[in-house]
Every structure is written in structure tokens, then in C-alpha cells.
Design a protein around this ligand. Structure first.
Ligand SMILES: *Cc1c(COP(=O)(O)O)cnc(C)c1O
Length: 404
């Protein structure tokens, strides 16, 4: 790495979060961890390894390509493709033993005959209005059309909750009533009792044990965040991604100086401005212009002016001792104070990674209460959610993986 913009991906955190969630579940319940969108930005195969080390039984992906990539990376665990599939995608997934989701009877009819059995999860729409059979008639038609196929085996039935992260769970409760009514109708029509029923996403997993059924689908909380800031998690969660950018320039400017595109910020006093090597093309939202904060020297400093494509500026007038080469935290744990990009950047690649990982671990151990800038709080500033910030971290940002 040469630029000084990188994310530390702590698989120990994913492992610990998954393990803690495992502890909330009944012994018989399975745990699926979603690693879609490149593992919420953490790296799909790495996130999958962390999740499996923490006790995940299943992995969830959004697209056929994501499932194929995990198989190519050598991951043999059960995978469920949660997204809609075309008949061609279903055939490609069946070949690599990935479970598919079917919600529309017409897709079932279009899927070509397989020469081995494909595992199918029926999707019921209980109120998200996104995918799945919505009415009793549709659910029955779906179930019957799959039953008529000798090459398909129903292994699961599930629904997805739209508001399990809301302050009040009324909407989710109505969805669960609707889901249970649809399920009863399917049981009456011969759906076996031993099928895996699943409904809970992170919000529901953390808040309602009675909604765990035979499996839960854990996403954001595997990566260290509750689904929203509107409820308290019953377990401790550790963020798994820590996003850093080096300081590339520090300059003193007189009052009246403007900063960045559009000259939207003007120094009201003599100011010290530091430039960071990250911008919106790295996944740091431009909406954070003149609003966001980063951690430098353990202190929060404000972003001034617009976030550029590859760089941004912060006001460090009130932050002692900021120098070029220091590393700012865009979100996650405060960077170890000894990190200096001018030294780290000139190390040979293998030494560089070993140094970053060793110092990151040592700092965490010796300073467990070092400041942490949560992706949730940065997200609030940008009017979005932690999910979007995590999966926005761009492909050009190198990931440094701390193994589980
Ligand atoms: C992404 C996803 C999940 C996980 O949701 P989180 O809120 O991240 O826990 C669960 N189920 C489905 C169908 C999903 O698409």
C-alpha cells in the first residue's frame, strides 16, 4: 500500500459478534450470516470465514454472482441466495449446491429440469412488499408448483421484516401474524413440520427470541452494529471495520480563506487545515461535507468544505500536534498513535501488513478504551444508516485483514 487509505477488517470482531448472537439462540436454531454486498463492505470471503469461525451454519447472499464467488473462494458451507433468481440463475446456483429463493409460481414453471435435487426456500411476503408470495392463494400455488417438481426440495420457508429496527414493533408484529397465518395454510396443505422457518434479521434477533424459529438471518450485527440506534442491543457488539486515511498536508491559513470546491467554508479565524487522503470515491459520503467529523490524535475534528473525490480537509486548529503522515480515523477505533504513513508507506508490502496488524492488536489490548467513532454516528451525520457507509467503502480501498 502506498497511498495511506485503508480499512482494517477485524475477523475476530465478526467471530465474537456471531458467537454472541449464537448465545441468544435456542440450541436447535440455525444461524445464517448475510455476506452480501462484499460482506457489507468487509470482503465477502473474509467475512464468511469470520462468521463460520463464530458458529454460523449458513451464509446468505443477494445475487447469484456473490454465491458463485464464495464457492470459487473455496467456501463449502451452505449458502442461500436471498435475491430473486431467473431460471438461468437458478440452474447456475443448483450446479454449485446453493439454495435458492422462490417466491413466484411462474418462475418455478420456467426453471429447467435439474439432474439433481435443488434446495429451495419459499419466500412469503408478509408486509415488506418486495419479494415473495403475498396472498394465501399465491403461497399455495407456489408450494404446490414446487411440490410437483421431483428435482426441487423445499428446505425452508421465510419472510422478511420491514421494521424490526423501529422504536415500536407494531409493524413487525403484524407481519409475524400474517406470516404465521400463511404458514398454517401451508402446513394444512402438507408442508412438512421439519422445514426451516426463518424471519428474523438483526433487529428481530436482538429483540425477539420468540421470532427466531428454526433459523435467523444475521447481517449488520455480525459486523458490530445494532440495526438502528432506536433500541439497545442485549449483547456487546464490536465494529469489525476501521476506516483510515493519512494526513497528506497541514497548512496554516489566515481568516477569510475558503476551503474546497464551491468555497463553501470560510475560516473565521487563523486556522490550521489538514488534508486527508480519502474522498467520496473511497466511499466517504459527500453528504458529510461541512458536517462530518474524523478522529485525529484521539480527538474529533470537523470536516471543512466539500468532500472531494479523493481527498477532504479537516480543521485541526484546536487539535494539538497534527502532522503529515498521521492517520485519521474516518470511522472505527482511533488509529494507534505511533502510526506514521511516511514510515509505514515505505515498508515492504509484507512487513507493512504485519506491522499494521501487530500495532492495531497491541493498541486495542493496551488501550481498550481508546476513542471509537461509530459508523452509526457518522451515518446519522450523513442522513443514512451504518449499512450504507460500510458497504460504500470502495474497491480501491485496501482491506487489511486481522485474522480470527
Ligand atoms: C440483508 C438481509 C438480512 C440481514 O439483515 P440485517 O438487518 O443486516 O440483519 C436478512 N434477511 C434478508 C432477506 C436480507 O436481505
Amino acid at each position: 500500500m502506498l497511498r495511506g487509505t485503508f480499512a482494517m477488517i477485524d475477523l475476530r470482531a465478526i467471530q465474537a459478534n456471531v458467537h454472541a448472537v449464537r448465545g441468544l439462540l435456542a440450541a436447535s436454531a440455525k444461524l445464517l450470516v448475510t455476506v452480501k454486498a462484499n460482506g457489507y463492505g468487509h470482503g465477502a470471503a473474509d467475512a464468511a470465514r469470520g462468521a463460520l469461525a463464530g458458529g454460523a451454519d449458513y451464509l446468505g447472499v443477494a445475487s447469484p454472482e456473490e454465491a458463485l464467488a464464495l464457492r470459487e473462494a473455496g467456501i463449502t458451507a451452505p449458502i442461500l441466495c436471498l435475491g430473486a433468481v431467473t431460471p438461468a440463475a437458478a440452474a447456475a446456483l443448483a450446479k454449485v449446491n446453493v439454495d435458492i429463493t422462490l417466491g413466484e409460481p411462474w418462475v418455478v414453471d420456467e426453471v429447467p429440469q435439474f439432474n439433481h435435487t435443488v434446495s429451495v426456500h419459499l419466500k412469503l411476503d408478509s408486509g415488506m412488499t418486495r419479494l415473495g408470495a403475498r396472498t394465501e392463494a399465491d403461497a399455495l400455488a407456489l408450494w404446490r408448483s414446487i411440490q410437483s417438481r421431483s428435482d426441487m426440495k423445499v428446505v425452508g420457508v421465510y419472510t422478511h421484516l420491514a421494521a424490526s429496527d423501529a422504536p415500536e414493533l407494531g409493524h413487525a408484529e403484524r407481519q409475524m401474524e400474517r406470516f404465521e397465518a400463511l404458514l398454517q395454510r401451508l402446513y394444512a396443505d402438507g408442508l412438512p413440520q421439519d422445514i426451516i422457518i426463518h424471519a428474523a434479521n438483526s433487529g428481530a434477533i436482538l429483540r425477539r427470541k420468540d421470532w427466531h424459529f428454526g433459523m435467523v438471518r444475521l447481517g449488520i450485527s455480525a459486523y458490530g452494529y445494532p440495526a438502528s440506534q432506536d433500541f439497545e442491543s442485549p449483547i456487546a457488539l464490536s465494529p469489525a471495520m476501521h476506516f483510515y486515511a493519512a494526513v497528506t498536508r497541514v497548512t496554516d491559513v489566515p481568516a477569510g480563506t475558503t476551503v474546497s470546491y464551491g468555497a463553501t467554508w470560510t475560516a473565521s479565524r487563523p486556522s490550521r487545515i489538514a488534508t486527508l487522503a480519502a474522498g467520496y470515491a473511497d466511499g466517504y459520503h459527500r453528504a458529510l461535507s461541512n458536517r462530518g467529523e474524523v478522529l485525529l490524535n484521539g480527538k474529533l475534528v470537523p470536516i471543512v468544505g466539500r468532500v472531494c473525490m479523493d481527498q477532504m480537509m479537516v480543521d485541526v486548529t484546536d487539535c494539538e500536534g497534527v502532522r503529515e503522515g498521521q492517520v485519521a480515523t474516518l470511522f472505527g477505533r482511533s488509529a494507534p498513535p505511533e502510526w506514521n504513513w511516511y514510515d509505514i508507506g515505505s515498508m515492504p508490502a509484507n512487513e507493512q501488513l504485519a506491522y499494521l496488524i501487530a500495532t492495531f492488536r497491541a493498541y486495542e489490548q493496551h488501550e481498550p478504551s481508546a476513542p471509537l467513532l461509530s459508523a452509526d454516528s457518522v451515518a446519522s451525520c450523513a442522513d443514512t444508516i451504518s449499512y450504507e457507509l460500510l458497504c460504500a467503502v470502495a474497491g480501491r480501498v485496501p482491506r487489511v485483514v486481522v485474522e480470527a
